[in-house]
Design a protein around this ligand. Sequence first.
Ligand code: SAM
Length: 284
Amino acid sequence: MRDSSERWAAAHLTEEPVPELPRGADISRSSASRVYDYGLGGSHNFEVDRRVLDEIKKIFPATPQPARDNRAFLGRAVRHCQRRGIRQFLDLGSGIPTVGNVHEIAQRGDPLARVVYVDIDPVAVACGRALLRGRERTRVLQADMRRPRSVLDHPETRELLDFAEPVAVLMVAMTHYLADEDDPAGVLAAYHRVMSPGSFLVFSHMTADDHPEVHRTVEAFNAGSSDRLVLRSREEIAALLAGFEFVEPGLVHPAAWRPDGPLAAGHDPSLAACYAGVAAPIPG
Ligand SMILES: C[S@@+](CC[C@H](N)C(=O)[O-])C[C@H]1O[C@@H](n2cnc3c(N)ncnc32)[C@H](O)[C@@H]1O
C-alpha cells in the first residue's frame, strides 16, 4: 500500500490528479532537488523552483549545463566503478529520480547490483519510493548525510550493503550544500572509514573558479531556497578530499572526465562551473 507521499509522487509520474504533498515539503521556498529537476526537464517542481532557475539563467545563460554535465559524469563514473568490480552503491544526495539513475545504469551491467539512495528532501524521497517500490535491490532513505551514522547504521543500509566489500559512495553535485560549520572534511572522513580497499568515491562540487558570475547565481539560489549552496575553489575542494587518491584524469570539469567520445562543437566543459572526479580511499 502506498503512503500519501508516494501517492503524490506517483500521481506526478503518471500525470493523474495530484493528492496532498509529501509531509515536510515546503513549497513556499525552492529546494535544491526540485530546481535541479526543473533544470533536467523533470516534472517534480513548482513555480517557486522554476522562478529561481529562470533567474539564474539570466545571470549565467549556460544553465542548465551544470546539471546535464553532472548527470552524464555520474553515468560514466558508475560504469567505471562497475568495471573495477563494484557491486554496491551508496548514493548520497541522490535527488529526484531522472533519466539515468544509478540503479538503472548499475543493474543494466549487473542485475545483482545493490543501490541505496539517500536524500534529505521529502519530495526527492517520495519520488524515489514511488519509482522503486517493490524492487528488491534498491532502497530509498530520508536521512541527512551530514550525520553519517544515521545513514551507515540505518537498518535498510545494513540490509542491503556490506561494508566488508568494496562500495561506491556517490556525492554528486551535493557537497556544496555542506557549510564550513558542517565540517565537510569530517563528514567525508566518516564515510572514508567504512570504505574497504577497492572502494571508490564519486564526487562533484560547484565552483566559480572560471566564471565569477556564478557567485551571483548562488546568491539568487540561496535567497529563495531552503538549501544553502557554498562555492569552493579547486584548492578548497582538493583539501576536502585529502584522504582520497583520484584516478585519472583527476579533479576536472565533469564533461572532461573520461568522455565517451569527442565533445560536441561549442561544448565548453568549464561552463558546468563544477569539478568532478572518482577517487579511491587512501588506507589509514
Ligand atoms: C543538485 S541535487 C543532485 C542530485 C544527484 N546527486 C545528481 O547529481 O544528479 C543535490 C541533492 O542533495 C540533497 N541534499 C542536500 N543536502 C543534503 C544532506 N545533508 N543530506 C542528504 N541529501 C542532501 C538535496 O536534497 C538534493 O536532492
